[in-house]
Design a protein around this ligand. Structure first.
Ligand SMILES: Cc1ncc(COP(=O)(O)O)c(C=O)c1O
Length: 463
């Protein structure tokens, strides 16, 4: 018996060679919705091929954000792409995992026993910082109203080295940022400079554990002591929000004795990026408040249109649930032991790079990866070279390395530094390859007689 051949696919799918199909052979409309549909694999190929033009994320040494995860984590994420984090009534188990993560973080950051710490996931540290700042503003306003004082001039004290999210927070929520300037050789805020700028209208101060510019820790214990003295003397209650976007997942594992967290009395809230050293693909962040009282009730909305009565404190409503699942996967898969060995290894690679970059002879290190595994450097003041760091990092792009060069904040904006963020997945072997490429490019510059260093405004470097 002869079976009739049944065509399940269209002739385009079967017969037309991939790159001669209408969707691929002609220049597609890019900024208007096309009139006609196309086959899924034609659309896939079109977009997949365009994305080849992106840099390779594995050699993106500019970003703090995770660029490698285990296949099992990826699988879990794929299985949970369809879950909306806000649907807590429909996905109670995802909500349970979120709550476990908040508890794990509160414990890692030594939340006081017997007090009820409270926290939530966010889309990243920026949202978490906004929430932390808002809680401080609301608490301050409550206090001032009770005292019968005006509430129209709130300010917040922080270093010029803050990440842009703090400038956004101040602008969006009408708060005067009181910025401690940086100096050559000092790229963090100090306690005396901080205290000078505090007054009755200070809603709080920001301390950073792992600054975006150099990766250094700010002296949180000293800031706490200075505030203890000031608050005692004045009756004010100025607390600290810790922006631990990177450091929140480093210190508990490799510098556990460093006191910067809830062990310090005036630390009221802490944020971290799960997608940085929490080792999850972007976007997940976390914030934890020391006690329930540090998060004013007024900021929490109860919604019932999802079924159940859901308290929410967030800027966005819908948000992917799969990053939370992946965060929990990392916690149980790695445990303390796994996180410690990953962060220690990253630090060793960073320190190796710092030594090797210094040995190149023309650079001066501005941080060596001793706090978070971030290495930054500048050209020595007396180095007689015909290139700038912009030129040097541009050359490294030839080999695929994505390394930013940028100017420092106000007061030292003439200083240009380059930065490497060492993350899980960047091995010592790759680091040695990078150093070899650096040596080759230094030789190249030596051969270019008459070349002049390029001066250029800063690249984007905050991620
Ligand atoms: C210190 C600091 N705070 C906040 C942020 C913002 O984090 P996110 O990208 O998770 O919003 C960053 C990002 O690099 C950072 O370094």
């Amino acid at each position: 018996m002869i079976h009739k051949l049944r065509l399940k696919k269209t002739s385009e799918e079967i017969l037309v060679p991939t790159y001669t199909r209408p969707g691929l052979a002609i220049k597609p409309a890019k900024y208007e919705i096309p009139d006609k549909e196309m086959l899924p694999d034609t659309a896939y190929t079109l977009i997949h091929d365009e994305l080849i033009l992106d840099g390779n994320s594995r050699v993106n040494l500019a970003t703090f954000v995770t660029t490698w995860m285990e296949p099992e984590a990826k699988k879990l994420m794929e299985e949970t792409f369809d879950k909306n984090m806000i649907d807590k009534d429909e996905y109670p188990q995802t909500a349970e995992l979120e709550m476990r993560c908040v508890n794990i973080l509160a414990n890692l950051w030594n939340a006081p026993e017997g007090e009820e710490a409270i926290g939530t996931s966010t889309i990243g540290s920026s949202e978490a910082c906004m929430l932390g700042g808002m809680a401080m503003k609301w608490k301050w306003r409550e206090r001032m109203k009770k005292l019968g004082k005006p509430v129209d001039r709130p300010n917040m004290v922080m270093g010029e080295n803050v990440q842009v999210c703090w400038e956004k927070f101040c602008r969006y929520w009408d708060i005067e940022p009181r910025l401690v300037p940086m100096e050559k050789g000092r790229y963090i805020m100090t306690a005396p400079e901080m205290i000078k700028r505090c007054d009755m209208n200070t809603i709080g101060v920001v301390g950073i554990m792992g600054t975006t510019f150099t990766g250094e820790y700010e002296p949180i214990a000293q800031m706490n002591d200075a505030l203890e003295e000031l608050n005692k003397r004045t009756g004010w209650e100025i607390g600290i929000h810790i922006d631990a976007a990177s450091g929140g997942f480093i210190t508990p594992f490799i510098q556990p004795h460093l006191k910067w967290d809830f062990r310090l009395k005036w630390v009221k809230s802490i944020n971290v990026s799960g997608h940085k050293y929490g080792l999850v693909y972007p976007g997940v962040g976390w914030i934890v408040w020391r006690t329930k009282e540090d998060l004013p009730e007024e900021l929490i909305f109860n919604v019932n249109y999802l079924g159940g009565d859901m308290p929410t404190f967030a800027i966005n409503f819908s948000r992917p649930g799969n990053q939370i699942v992946a965060q929990y996967y990392n916690f149980i898969r790695l445990g303390r032991e796994g996180y410690t060995s990953i962060q220690k290894t990253a630090q060793e690679v960073a320190m190796f790079l710092a030594d090797e970059i210094e040995k190149l002879g023309v650079f001066e290190m501005t941080s060596r990866g001793e706090d978070i595994p971030v290495v930054t450097w500048k050209i020595k003041d007396d180095a007689n070279v015909n290139f700038s760091l912009y030129d040097f990092t541009d050359r490294l792009r030839i080999n695929g390395w994505l390394i930013p060069a940028y100017s420092m904040p106000k007061n030292i904006e003439d200083m240009v530094i380059a930065r490497i963020v060492v993350k899980h997945g960047f091995s010592k072997d790759l680091a040695a390859e990078l150093i070899d490429d650096m040596k080759r490019h230094l030789e190249y510059f030596k051969e270019q007689e008459g070349l002049r260093p390029t001066k250029r405004s800063a690249n984007f470097h905050h991620s």
